[in-house]
Design a protein around this ligand. Structure first.
Ligand SMILES: Nc1ncnc2c1ncn2[C@@H]1O[C@H](COP(=O)(O)OP(=O)(O)OP(=O)(O)O)[C@@H](O)[C@H]1O
Ligand SMILES: [Mg+2]
Length: 207
């Protein structure tokens, strides 16, 4: 596959969506074909699964159900959106991916990280991103940024300890794969972070 697969990860409110949009503008200005997508969701079918996952009424959802729904949504997303885009040679900018499942479901819900990884690897035929921008912020900091948005969804409402474990897991995943991850300090200004991302992207594109 000729394209470049880029993911954005990090705690809630870290600035993933903000930076993804700025990188999209950058690619647009360079005339490089790209698509923007997100998980869970990214296709009509996967969006229905996303709605199940975020619905506060599903408070009795079993951890393995949650993890399998993420894997199911991802299988659809890869097949219908990501792989075709990469085959066309596009840059794929994706808001969250497998690392988020490992951080949120495996560690947060006390499931085996290996099992979660296995499920997602099966679901995606082992499609991993070329680069993952991990925007790191203390979880309380991130949560306070998005508090203004209103009522938290089912995952956001899980409390600071859960989110702090999620954050530490992201950092551990990055430590294990230093060639894939770029860790960014999410407490820097939006422009400073965007600059670092553009720099790395230009390098990947041999510009
Ligand atoms: N570096 C930054 N400095 C200050 N504010 C920021 C920064 N990055 C993002 N914000 C603001 O914080 C809020 C959350 O940003 P954003 O939606 O990009 O985070 P996110 O990681 O996508 O969140 P979520 O996990 O909920 O999707 C927005 O209001 C955004 O404008
Ligand atoms: Mg976002």
């Amino acid at each position: 596959m000729a394209g470049l697969f880029i993911t954005f990860e990090g705690p809630d409110g870290a600035g993933k969506t903000t930076q993804l949009k700025l990188l999209a503008h950058h690619l647009q200005s360079l005339g490089i074909p790209y698509i923007v997508t997100r998980e869970p969701g990214g296709t009509p079918l996967a969006d229905k699964i996303r709605a199940l996952l975020l619905d506060v009424q599903n408070e009795n959802m079993a951890p393995k159900t949650e993890a399998l729904l993420y894997a199911a949504s991802r299988a659809q997303h890869v097949e219908e959106v990501i792989k075709p885009a990469l085959v066309r040679g596009d840059v794929v900018l994706c808001d969250r991916y497998i690392d988020a499942s490992i951080a949120y479901q495996a560690v947060g819900l006390n499931l085996s990280p290996d099992m979660i990884r296995r499920w997602s690897v099966e679901a995606t035929d082992g499609l991993w991103p070329h680069r993952t921008f991990l925007i790191d912020v203390p979880s309380e900091f991130g949560l306070s940024r998005i508090a203004a948005r209103g009522t938290p969804d089912r995952i956001e409402g899980r409390g600071v300890l859960y989110h702090e474990r999620v954050r530490r897991t992201f950092l551990e995943l990055a430590r294990q794969e230093p060639d894939r991850f770029v860790i960014l300090d999410g407490s820097a200004t939006i422009e400073a972070i965007a600059d670092q991302i553009r720099h790395e992207m230009n390098r990947l594109l041999n510009l």
